[in-house]
Design a protein around this ligand. Structure first.
Ligand code: ATP
Ligand code: MG
Length: 603
């Protein structure tokens, strides 16, 4: 088909939109692919829609090829199914909730596990009906705390979500593997580099989960990899735990004066001064010999500000995202978590917590922190706090620290938690070498959900022995609109977009440059011949637009091949330019169509 610039519903912009922080956002708006309708909510214009449809098409083909079947659910859904799985509440502020005229509760679906589960329950009842994989490509709604970067984090966005249903664990394993393979094909065809990384299952529950991250500095996810092939989202990295230490001969702990040492640096300096004066055995010490006790506040939709204390080696910082991913197992209820450092008012409610001098305490066999007053404070420790490890830590009195406080002898804890930052150089948990860190955008996510949703919604089938068994499920998502943004992000230069051929809004952009009937007629003829050869063509046939503007627009729009029909005609040539390499060649008018067709078939 030939799309005429003279008729196209398009206004390219010379100025960057003021709210755009990243290149993809800037360029997609400037090139007239999308327009903002509200924060995190975008309208698709004709060229944008073409790219979107191509991305969807590739995803659809690969999902069909793996045997998944397409369905389409409403986005507007009743409350009850989400109540049954508790997600109506647990989703917290991220869920768009609304009411109909009778006052009944509805939501705009953030993801559709419940509905797919109920649909299968509605229609299927035997193991003979399984395995089954269903998918849809559909709008999702999430009231993101920080919608950002245009399509990358929207409040309305398109997701391909699929769900697998199996009668047993081996079946789920196979469905999961099939999705994983399909995802790798999808991203390869899109021309989007991805790294599959181990992830935490988080609020979704389930046993196994991987994310497909597109490496880029503007990504919001941090992941690590080792030369030996380990790759994980930082949230999922586990610490290599040192062996327990025999503490039979360890000297008793001593409380010593360490005035004015509210920080780890001042503490280490004071501790070494104390040792130098012969008042304490041991040393010299570094930050990793100290136990830092960090006070955090956890909030859930149904839990008000709960104070939790975490003890970590003093040289390690807390990573709140890691805490968010791991602390759920220590809490009585689930839901969207908020974690923050405790403020002055939180500390004021717990007078035994002396800022800068907090420690697990000496006085009882259990953590003092765990027994504070009548309200028990939860005390968790880093995995490096193994039995027998000896620490310098706060004595719960201003200006005093305890030296030689031995874990498992002098203090205990309520649980062990992964909470500290993962650093470059840390060992990979599988022994495959030191870790490197990188940033990425999450393009897809696959979960082996297990039986959580099926059990909550009572999806059972009869197995071979005529027994009712709960179905086991997987859930799999690809961010479709996010993929368009990620493609724009990794395929542009300072002049504009540079689409990979597989998703470009057209195969070729023919520009009539200058004046004169012959130029316009030749451009028309070449466009028509390219169309006849099966290519999608944009033809810049605007009569009174300067060559500079036309070239500028062609480079901004980012179609892979640009044919300029202009002054060269007197010599019988047109200029054909590859948008990516920038290489331009003069090609005889009669050879132009063949040249472009050949170029468009190469990658
Ligand atoms: P994120 O960590 O980026 O918030 P998520 O883990 O909440 O994503 P999933 O529930 O796993 O997302 O959704 C599946 C896919 O949908 C993600 O891998 C991502 O590509 C896409 N996606 C999720 N949230 C958004 C959003 N707000 N805007 C655009 N795409 C999104
Ligand atoms: Mg995810």
């Amino acid at each position: 088909m030939v799309t005429r610039m003279s008729k196209l519903f398009l206004r390219t912009l010379r100025e960057d939109p003021v709210d755009a922080e990243v290149a993809s956002h800037r360029l997609l708006v400037r090139a007239g692919y999308i327009r903002r309708a509200a924060p995190g909510i975008y309208t698709w214009l004709p060229l944008g829609l073409k790219v979107l449809r191509k991305v969807e098409g590739i995803i659809r083909e690969e999902m069909d090829a793996m045997g998944a079947q397409e369905v389409h659910f409403p986005a507007l859904l009743p409350r009850e199914p989400y109540e049954a799985t508790n997600r109506w509440t647990e989703y917290g502020e991220g869920l768009f909730r609304l009411q109909d005229r009778k006052g009944a509760d509805y939501l705009l679906a953030p993801t559709h596990e419940e509905m797919f589960t109920l649909l299968v329950k509605d229609l299927f009842s035997s193991y003979k009906d399984l395995p089954l994989s269903l998918y849809q490509i559909q709008n999702k709604y999430r009231d993101e705390a920080r919608p950002r970067a245009g399509l990358l984090r929207g409040r309305e966005f398109i997701m391909k979500d699929s769900y697998s249903f199996d009668v047993d664990d081996a079946g789920l394993e196979a469905s999961y593997a099939a999705h994983r393979a399909a995802y790798l094909k999808i991203f390869a065809r899109l021309g989007l580099e991805v790294v599959p990384v181990s992830a935490t299952a988080g609020a979704m529950g389930g046993s196994r989960s991987e994310e497909f991250l597109h490496p880029t500095d503007i990504g919001e996810d941090t992941f690590v990899r080792s030369a030996g092939g380990y790759a994980a989202n930082v949230e999922a990295v586990t610490t290599v735990v040192p062996a327990d230490i025999d503490f039979t001969d360890a000297p008793p702990a001593r409380v010593l004066d360490t005035p004015d040492t509210p920080t780890i640096d001042t503490l280490v300096a004071a501790a070494n001064a104390v040792a130098a004066r012969g008042e304490a055995d041991g040393g010299p010490w570094t930050a990793s010999d100290t136990l830092k006790n960090v006070v955090l506040v956890v909030t859930l939709p149904t839990l008000e500000r709960q104070v939790v204390v975490i003890g970590v080696p003093g040289d390690r910082a807390i990573d709140l995202k890691r805490v968010e991913a791991t602390i759920g197992e220590f809490l009585p209820i689930g839901g969207e978590l908020r974690i923050e450092a405790a403020g002055e008012s939180d500390l004021a409610k717990h007078p035994l917590l002396v800022k800068g001098y907090i420690g697990p305490g000496l006085t009882t066999e259990h953590a003092v922190l765990g027994l504070e007053g009548s309200t028990k404070l939860m005390y968790l420790v880093d995995p490096r706090v193994v039995a027998g490890s000896s620490w310098i830590t706060g004595a719960n009195t201003a200006g005093k620290h305890v030296f030689g406080l031995v874990a498992g002898r002098d203090f205990g804890w309520d649980g062990v938690i992964e909470s500290t930052e993962v650093r470059a150089g840390d060992p990979a948990p599988d022994g495959s070498g030191p870790l490197e860190t990188a940033r990425g955008i999450e393009m897809g996510h696959i979960f082996a959900l297990g039986r959580k949703y099926a059990a909550a919604l009572d999806l059972k089938v009869l197995d071979q022995n005529g027994k009712q068994v709960v179905v086991t499920m997987g859930s799999y998502g690809v961010g479709v609109t996010r993929a368009v943004a990620a493609l724009a992000e990794s395929n542009h230069d300072d002049k504009g977009l540079i689409w990979p051929r597989t998703v470009a809004p057209a195969d070729v952009h023919v520009v009539a440059v200058g004046r004169g009937e012959e130029i316009f007629e030749t451009a028309e003829r070449i466009a028509a011949e390219l169309e006849a050869a099966g290519l999608d063509v944009i033809l810049d046939d605007r009569p009174k637009v300067s060559p500079g503007v036309k070239f500028g627009d062609a480079e901004l729009l980012g179609v892979p091949t640009i044919v300029a029909v202009g002054r060269g005609l007197v010599d019988g040539v047109v200029e054909i330019k590859d948008r990516r390499s920038g290489v331009a060649e003069n090609v005889a008018v009669d050879a132009a169509v063949t040249y472009v067709v050949t170029a468009s078939r190469s990658q």
